[in-house]
Design a protein around this ligand. Structure first.
Ligand code: SF4
Ligand code: MG
Length: 322
């Protein structure tokens, strides 16, 4: 069965300034990512900030072109899909409902905007559809003539969801959609997204640095580190039996006072490496407590076995010489 979303050796580099009088350097934001998402699945993507999650999201939306590799929707390269068709099929929900909504427009005109762009229906039909969608996401019709400034953070994110769904897309790319919200509101928005997925047969890619959120919503999870996927497996398996030492460390960090904010201190006192100068071999090796001599030299490829995909020299278990 053709996957609904597929990425093949997806890469994106940026040329960045390294300082005055120094040559520009190449940042590998996303580095050889192969993903495959079946219809109605929810692929969670987790990792610390700077690991390439948002760049990946922008490539899935066709907003950032890849430097190499491709994104396929239903087997078709998105660079070859007409922009309007792509917008019909793939919609975003971004993190910050404060900056992603135009403060001067009314809620109904914000929600109906994709219909305006695609020229669907008359003005009054578009407004009616926008109001119906607002009600579906839990915002009474009386909010239609308000502006975003009159709404709470959770209400604004409901507006962003209504706007994404008003043209009936197949895929929604959610980039940290609950991270700016209070914890109590986060759960409501997550449950709303789950209900909408069922009702509208949606497929989600759900990006978050918060593992608890991903565990709640995703059917499979990709863990990213420095632009690469280091583990990819079914959600229940990942949380029960994390295999990559980085996944294990991320899960352990959930038990710290600031859950989900990355690895506090793995006993190495080392923070996230400079993406411009990634470590050699396995890029996680300076922070890895299970590293072996080959880890600083050999890059571990993402390999599949019965339990999922993992990129680590510990798998498949090698024969020990000692
Ligand atoms: Fe640790 Fe080596 Fe596995 Fe990298 S390849 S995660 S350094 S054990
Ligand atoms: Mg981000």
């Amino acid at each position: 069965m053709t996957a609904l979303i597929e990425t093949k050796d997806l890469q994106r580099t940026f040329s960045v300034s390294a300082g005055m009088f120094k040559p520009r350097q190449t940042l590998h934001a996303v580095n050889g990512v192969d993903l495959s998402v079946q219809r109605k699945d929810v692929l969670g993507i987790v990792g610390e900030s700077g690991c390439g999650k948002s760049t990946l999201a922008r490539m899935l939306l066709g907003l950032t072109p890849p430097s190499r590799g491709s994104v396929l929707i239903d087997g078709q390269d998105i660079s070859k899909i007409d922009r309007r068709d792509l917008a019909r099929r793939v919609q975003p929900i971004f993190q910050d409902p404060y900056s992603s909504l135009n403060p001067r427009r009314t809620i109904s005109s914000i929600v109906s905007f994709p219909l305006d762009v695609l020229g669907v229906g008359t003005n009054s039909e578009r407004r009616k559809k926008a109001v119906e969608m607002l009600e579906r996401v839990g915002l009474p019709a009386r909010y239609a003539d308000n502006t975003p400034g009159q709404l709470s953070g959770g209400q604004r994110q409901r507006v962003a969801i209504a706007r994404a769904l008003v043209i009936n897309p197949e895929i929604v790319i959610c980039d940290e959609p609950t991270s700016a919200l209070d914890v109590s509101v986060q759960a409501q928005i997550l449950n709303l997204l789950l209900d909408l997925r069922k009702e509208f047969n949606l497929t989600y890619v759900f990006i978050s640095h918060n593992l608890a959120v991903v565990e709640h919503i995703a059917t499979q999870v990709a863990v990213m580190y420095l632009g690469r996927v280091v583990e990819l497996t079914k959600t229940a398996d990942l949380f029960k039996h994390p295999r990559h030492p980085y996944t294990q460390a991320l899960l352990a960090s959930v038990l710290t006072p600031e859950p989900g904010l990355g690895i506090p201190d793995m006993g190495l006192g080392l923070s996230f490496p400079d993406p411009l100068h990634p470590p050699t071999g396995c890029s996680f090796h300076p922070r890895c407590q299970q590293r072996r001599p080959e880890c600083s030299v050999e890059h571990p490829h993402l390999l599949r076995d019965a339990q999922g995909d993992v990129a680590c020299h510990l798998y498949p278990a090698k024969k020990s010489n000692t």
